[in-house]
Design a binder for this molecule. Structure first.
Ligand SMILES: *Cc1c(COP(=O)(O)O)cnc(C)c1O
Length: 420
């Protein structure tokens, strides 16, 4: 055998998860986790990703657990599902979302996906079919968009969110980066990573800007209804008559079951512009070749959406609201950190690092590596979500652990402060 000299044809040019400008959240957290000091006897506390499902305070409702068990035991959902999802589940999602909209969605507007992430993948795939097209993404944002667009060779450009204006969209930068090849813009509301909730007036301006540019709005509402400040959550679909909207969501965050992998891609476009442009057809085509969410999870959806009690949501919102208060108050008293906006939705807060007040820290990544080594606290460097020398912190963990973690963060900052 001449195995040693055989030239194979396959070779991977680059890792899909690390585009030129960023890495994925998972990739970064994996590296930080590898840096944990195994001799530290304290528990490691994870403030890096938004998955509170491990913590007793954030356990999902028994209504949802029972719905899954009943769906499995019924033996009605052991089959393959249609590409768009089973009708009762699509009907339930249409009802659930319509209750917050000025018009009524039909089950045909709803496509079920493997979490919101697959909904993003489908939309990016569809838009990548248009030669030369580009899409506009928020900065800071959710790096899955950049990674998926890069993997499908869809050009993306960034517009800014303004920290001093509650992370509102800088609509001037939207207009400035858009050109004749721009087809869509993405908004994330409630905000990840900013923890903000857009006002009705701001969303209306977003729709008017999209209309002027002739583009569609992709509204990532994974944190839909997870709002605990003064601004109520308003779905982008409210403005679907001004500009066409595709709404993405899932049960992952509001029900705290990200592992169940059930999301949706919904056509919130009462004028039918997307149908006319054959976008709807293209979405269906894409779903035909994708894998579907597990059928028994689809089978549980009507009960989960219709029977979950208001008490459950209220309790979660109260815990998140208190946790965000605790987080904000502690961060305010740490000299080297600035928190421009108190979170009022989602599970995150963005914090700016004042490097000039720190002695031996070169940037946000350095900060996070030293923090995990010395204090066993994992925080996400802002560069991962598009803002260098910022940090993204989640407050959706058990309140006692959050207090512990914030205490460790504070002593780390004091220890590394420049001596006056
Ligand atoms: C978590 C998250 C997603 C992915 O949601 P899944 O339902 O877990 O796939 C998408 N977008 C944003 C902004 C998120 O925070």
């Amino acid at each position: 055998m001449e195995g040693g000299s055989k030239q194979w044809r396959f070779k991977v040019k680059k890792d899909l998860t690390s585009t030129a400008s960023n890495v994925t959240i998972r990739g970064m957290l994996k590296k930080l986790n590898e840096a944990i000091d195994a001799t530290d006897t304290r528990p490691t506390i994870h403030l890096g990703h938004g998955d509170p499902s491990h913590y007793p305070s954030f356990r999902t409702t028994p209504v949802a657990e029972d719905a899954i068990v009943d769906a499995v035991r019924s033996a009605k959902f052991n089959c393959y599902a249609p590409a768009v999802g089973i009708l009762p589940a699509r009907r339930a999602v249409a009802e659930y979302l319509s209750s917050n909209l000025p018009y009524k969605l039909s089950p045909d507007d709803v496509n079920l996906t493997n979490g919101c992430k697959q909904a993003i993948e489908v939309v990016v795939s569809v838009l990548s079919q248009q030669p030369g097209a580009n899409i506009l993404l928020p900065r800071p944002g959710f790096p899955t968009y950049e990674a998926l667009a890069a993997s499908k060779h869809l050009e993306f450009r960034h517009f800014d969110l303004l920290p001093d204006k509650g992370w509102e969209i800088d609509l001037d930068t939207v207009e400035a980066v858009a050109d004749d090849n721009t087809v869509a813009m993405v908004i994330i509301n409630p905000g990840n990573p900013g923890g903000n909730v857009f006002t009705y007036q701001h969303l209306q301006k977003v729709a008017e800007t999209a209309r002027r540019l002739g583009i569609l709005v992709i509204a990532d509402e994974t944190y839909g209804c997870v709002a605990f400040g003064t601004n109520p959550f308003v779905p982008m679909g409210t403005f679907g008559l001004i500009a066409p909207v595709i709404t993405l969501g899932s049960i992952s965050k509001r029900w705290m079951v990200p592992g169940w992998r059930l999301g949706w891609l919904v056509i919130t476009d009462p004028s039918g512009v997307l149908k006319e442009a054959k976008i709807v057809e293209s979405i269906n085509g894409c779903l035909n070749i994708c894998s579907d969410p597990a059928t028994f999870v689809q089978g549980s959806i009507p009960k989960i959406l219709e029977d979950t009690k208001e008490d459950f949501f209220k309790n979660v919102i109260d815990i998140l609201s208190q946790a965000s208060d605790m987080c904000y108050e502690t961060l305010k008293n740490i000299d080297c950190l600035t928190c421009p906006h108190k979170p009022e939705g989602s599970m995150f807060v963005m914090v700016k690092l004042n490097l000039s007040l720190l002695e031996d820290i070169v940037d946000d990544i350095d900060f996070c590596y030293k923090l995990v080594k010395e204090e066993s606290v994992v925080i996400l460097p802002g560069i991962t979500v598009g803002l260098k020398n910022w940090l993204r912190i989640t407050f959706a963990i058990e309140p006692s652990s959050l207090e512990d973690a914030l205490g460790r963060l504070k002593s780390f900052c004091q220890r590394h402060a420049k001596k006056q």
